[in-house]
Write a protein that binds this ligand. Structure first.
Ligand SMILES: [Zn+2]
Length: 549
């Protein structure tokens, strides 16, 4: 989407090219800083000190959200806690955006520029795990948990925002900070709705952040796919499965045939696609021909037209399955994510701050935990935690992109200049969406990684608040490079509801048990202390061989 902005129009003379105009020219002798630069550097040092002073809050927030372990759309305790912290620190909260009960936006300040800080908050099914223990050891068997590390990103943004707020108040800096949560990111089911309903309409730049194992940022088209998440619901008729099976029409047969057909068709799809499904309703009991059955697909591809193509194929296959079984079908969108594209001028700014901040110092205990886990899950090498800052991520050519994961931050990135900061709150070399990604997520690794990330985030906000030319450059890249030939065509319509029913049953099953393990910071210095876990806990006997991934 291209927007007309006075800011963006004023630099029409600057012709940006992704490769040339914005590339930094190395100079032999860096010029001495101007007075403005020296002043900004001093503000950045000050904001980093504020962040250090908020390290205890960072730890409490990281550990609290970890202990809630809530899945998408069920982030009730999480949102209550996070908005509570923000309110206590002088942010104004609005709630329930896009009809999503766990959504909210916190704001501080007024006027331009408007900087939006976002990060995900939801967990992963079946990933309950004791932190600091380098092998599978669930807190509650079968329960959800933070098997991705989404417990750390919003605490990072909150710490950064509080630190920046103090500087804004002292320096009387104009501008507005918005903090918003990526609700149900694992279902990619909120950000396209937030975009549709105007959450970003006045935003100048979005600084998103996501857990990683190094400090990093990238620009241009990312790797990975966009996706459409669709559930197909078949309807037939019941009958006695033994007494009069010829009078029944099985919706479960249609689901099975659709699944089989998709897996045959897969051979003839582009190599860049990734698709997977789960059966959400397979019928009630064997002696009743299933009247209702359903199957839920994630259909992933590199760009909007190819995602649409996959979706069209799936619809045809559903027609075929219905024809074969004399059933009917309907479908509903359960999520969507655009392929991601990040803003170069903003990414350059973030990366300069990454170089200033550098990686946290990992203790021997951190490295012992990391190496023990890398061994436990069968990795060929055990390098431990990263000790060198990653190179800045470069654009991936669409023909080289063989697909991968998705994040609905993609939808935001096509509506407002956006980048994702990765920060080191997890251990390198993990499969993801797995108990192993929860192990570091409430330990000193996560606490230090969040403080480092919050410094980068806070410094970048100060850059954006005090250097208006950066906002101008960000929009020039957005309008003249990123969206010059590619337009945002959302998959949802104005009527598509957010699928807030998802995960209700799982939380209903586990919530009472999970409550017993919520972190109480008034009683325990850390969550590890509350659980009585020695840090790190590693195997003293040889590991049982794990099946290779
Ligand atoms: Zn994630």
């Amino acid at each position: 989407m291209t927007r007309t902005r006075t800011l963006a129009l004023s630099i029409a003379t600057l012709a940006f090219s992704a490769n040339s105009a914005l590339a930094q020219t190395p100079t032999a002798k860096p010029a001495p800083p101007t007075a403005a630069e020296a002043n900004l550097n001093a503000l950045k040092r000050g904001v980093a000190e504020h962040v250090d002073g908020l390290a205890k809050l960072a730890q409490e927030a990281v550990d609290s959200v970890f202990s809630f372990g809530e899945l998408g759309f069920q982030e009730v305790e999480t949102s209550k806690y996070l908005t509570g912290v923000l309110e206590k620190n002088g942010f104004k909260i609005t709630r329930g955006q896009s009809g999503i009960p766990t959504a909210w936006v916190a704001s501080f300040g007024s006027g331009k520029p408007v900087i939006a800080l976002g990060s995900d908050i939801d967990g992963i099914p079946q990933s309950s795990q004791k932190p600091g223990v380098a092998y599978h050891d669930p807190i509650i068997e079968g329960a959800p948990g933070h098997g991705e590390g989404h417990n750390t990103g919003t605490p990072l943004n909150i710490v950064a925002a509080i630190a920046v707020k103090r500087v804004m108040e002292r320096e009387k800096l104009p501008g507005t900070l918005l903090i918003w949560p990526g609700v149900a990111e694992e279902l990619v089911a909120s950000k396209a709705w937030f975009v549709r309903d105007g959450m970003f309409k006045d935003v100048d730049v979005t600084l998103f952040t996501h857990v990683g194992n190094n400090l990093n940022v990238s620009w241009g088209a990312g790797g990975g796919n966009g996706l459409i998440s669709v559930e197909y619901l078949f309807e037939g008729e019941t009958a006695h499965s033994a007494g009069a099976p010829w009078r029944g029409r099985s919706a479960a047969d249609a689901v099975e045939l659709m699944s089989i057909a998709w897996n045959y068709r897969r051979e003839h799809l582009r190599l860049s696609q990734r698709s997977h499904s789960v059966i959400t309703n397979g019928g009630d009991q064997p002696n009743v021909v299933p009247r209702a059955a359903s199957i839920w697909f994630y259909l992933r591809e590199n760009d909007q037209p190819h995602i649409q193509e996959l979706w069209d194929i799936a619809n045809k296959i559903a027609d075929g399955a219905a024809l074969m079984t004399n059933t009917t079908w309907t479908s509903r969108i359960l999520g969507t994510a655009y392929p991601q594209h990040f803003n170069k001028p903003v990414a350059d700014t973030v990366y300069a701050n990454i170089l200033k901040v550098g990686l946290p110092e990992w203790s021997e205990a951190d490295q012992t935990l990391a190496k023990a886990l890398q061994k436990e899950i069968g990795n060929a090498t055990q390098p431990g935690m990263a000790t060198k800052v990653a190179e800045m991520g470069q654009p991936v050519k669409i023909e080289d992109n063989m697909g991968g994961g998705s994040d609905d931050i993609g939808d935001v990135s096509w509506n407002v200049p956006t980048v994702t900061l990765r920060y080191p709150a997890n251990i390198p070399g993990l499969p993801g969406h797995n108990w192993s990604s929860g192990i570091a997520s409430a330990t000193p690794i996560a606490h230090k990684g969040v403080v480092a990330g919050a410094k980068v985030q806070a410094m970048t906000v100060l850059d954006l608040l005090t250097r208006p030319e950066l906002i101008t450059q960000a929009w020039a890249y957005f309008n003249d490079v990123q969206t010059k030939d590619v337009k945002y065509i959302p998959f949802i319509t104005k009527d598509t509801p957010a699928p807030i029913h998802l995960n209700t049953e799982i939380l209903a099953r586990y919530r009472e048990q999970m409550k017993k393990f919520y972190y109480d910071p008034t009683k325990y210095p850390t969550y590890l202390d509350q659980l009585g876990i020695k840090y790190p806990t590693v195997r003293t006997t040889p590991a049982t061989p794990q099946p290779q991934q």
